[in-house]
Design a protein around this ligand. Sequence first.
Ligand code: ZN
Length: 599
Amino acid sequence: MKPRERSEVPAEDRWDLSDLYASQEDWERDLARLKEFPDRIVRWKGRLDESPETLGSAIRELLDQLRLADKVRTYASLRSDQDLSDPMASDMVARQAASAAKLASARSFFLPEVMALPDEVMRSWMDSDALKPYRTWLEEQLRFKAHILSADEEKLLAMSREATRGFHNSFGKLSNVDMSQRLPEIELEDGRAKLTNANLVSLLESESRQQRERVFRGYYGELSGNLNTMASLLDGHVRSAVFYARARGFDSALHASLFGDRVPVELLDTLIETTTEHLPVLHRYYGLRRRIMGLKRLAMYDLYVPLVRPPKNSYSFEEALELVLEALAPLGEEYVELAGEGLRGGWIDKYENRGKRSGAYSDGCYDSPPYILHNFTGTLRSVFTLAHELGHSMHTLLSNRAQPYHTSDYRILVAEVASTTNEMLLLDHLLKSSPEQTKAYLLDHLVGDFRGTVFRQVMFTELERMLYERVESGAGLTSNYVGDIYMKLIEKYRGDTFAYDETDRMISTEWGRIPHLYYNFYTYKYATGMASAVHMSQMILSGGSETPESYLELLSSGCSKPPLELLGQAGVELTRPDTVRAAMGKMDEVVSELEDLLT
Ligand SMILES: [Zn+2]
C-alpha cells in the first residue's frame, strides 16, 4: 500500500506544533531575534571578571539565547521530519543551523573566560545572590578546568581534530560504501538478493539454514578481505583518543571518556565481572535454542531466527494507548493522567505518510510539549515503541516542570532508564493477560533484548578496554591481534553450544563492522540502562511503598545532580553489583519460563 500524502492525514493523527509556534511568522520572528544574538553576547567579552552581578547577568543572557535557539531548532526539525521532501522545511532547518553556528562561534569566548577567573575569586562569588541560581551549572563547567589547556594549546588541539577524525570517517566510507558495493549477491529461497549492511540481519532470520549459511559466509568472507585496513583505522582512532586524553592530563582514554558523566572506572569493572558471573544463564539459553531448533550444534548463523513467531494480533492506536496507560498504572495516577492528556492532546504524530522520517523518537525543548514521532503499524512491537518513547517524553515533561532551564536536560545514562522501565511495565502487564503463544513470543523477545543490550554491549566494553590498554602500553592494533581477542570473547560469551568450526570462526572478523568501537566507551551505557530499568521495574512492581515516588523524583531531576547520584537516590546503585545481579536474576527467570513453555 502506498503511504498517504501528509495533507491527507487527519489533524487528530498529527502532532500539534501550534503549541510550539502558532504560525510560521512567529517562528520567523524568533529566527530574526536569533540573528541579533551574536552581537549581544560578544558585548560581555572581557567583562566576566568584573563582579558576580555582571557574570550573573551574562550567564542569564547566554542561557536565554541557548533556550531560544533550541526552540527555533526544535520547530524546524519537527517540521522537516514530518515530510523530508518539503523544501520549505529543509530551508528552515538550513537557516536555523546557520544562525546556530554563528551563535556558537560568537560565544566561544565565554567558558574560557569563566575558567580564567582565579579559583579563590570564584569560590567567594559562588554564594552571592547573583550566582546562586547558577551554582550547579557553573560547578559543572568548572569541573573541566583542570583539563583545559592554554589558549594556544587549545587552538592547536582544535586544529588537530580536523585531521584525526579521518579514521572514523574512513571506517564509515569503507564499511558502508566501498565494502558494501563489493558484497555479493546471494541465492535465497525465493530468488536472489544483494547483501548489504542493512539487510544482513533480516536475511539471517530466514527459516532456511542453507540460506543463512550462504548469507553468513558471503558477508564475513568479504569482510575478511578488508581487515588490515579496518585494523589500521581502528588503531589510528584509538591512538588519537589516547593522544587527546594524555594532552588533557587524564590518567587514560577511559578516564577521559567517563569524566563527563562522573562515572568511576570501577563501574565498568563491576559491570564486566557481574555479567561474567552470569554467563551460564546466557549459555543455558543457547542450549535451549539448540534443542528447539533440533540441531546437534548451533552455528553462528543460527542466532537470529525467531524461536516464536510474532502473534498476529493487531492493535488500533487507541487500543495501544489504553494498553500502555493501563500498564503504567503502578507509576501512579498523575503520571498516567499527564501521559494520556499529552498523547490525546497533540504530542504524537501517529502514522506513516509520504516523506516522513522512519523509526520513532521523542524530541522537544524547554518551551514545547515533548513531541513523539511514531510510525505506528498496529504490531505488538509498535505498542512497545509507544511505551518507550512515552517514557522519554514523560521524563522531559517532568524535568522541564520541576527544573530551571539550565538543569532540565537529563543525561543519557538516566534517559534510557525512563524509556525501558515503561517497556518492562508493559511487558509485565501483557504477560499477565496473554495466551501461551504470545507469552513465549514476549519472553523470547526479552531474552533477545538482554542478549543485544546487555551481554553483547558488555562484550564490546571488554574488547574496548583491551584495545585501549594495548595502545596505551605502547603496542599497536593489527588485524591478527584484534581478531584473536575478539574470538576469545566470542567463545567466552557464547559458551560450548557451538562447534567453532571453520565457518563459525569467520565471526572473528565481526569487530570490523562495529561502528561503536569508534564511540570511545559508549556501549556500557546500553547495558547499564537496561539493567537499571529491569531493576527499577522490579522494585516498582514489588510494591515497595516509596519506589514510585523516588522514581518520579528521578524523572523530575533533569541534570541537577550527577547521573549516578540521581540513580542511586532512586535505588539503582550501579557502582555495586546489585543492579546487574537483579537484572540477571530476571533473565534467569525468563529463560526458565521459556524452557517450560517451549520444551
Ligand atoms: Zn530510547
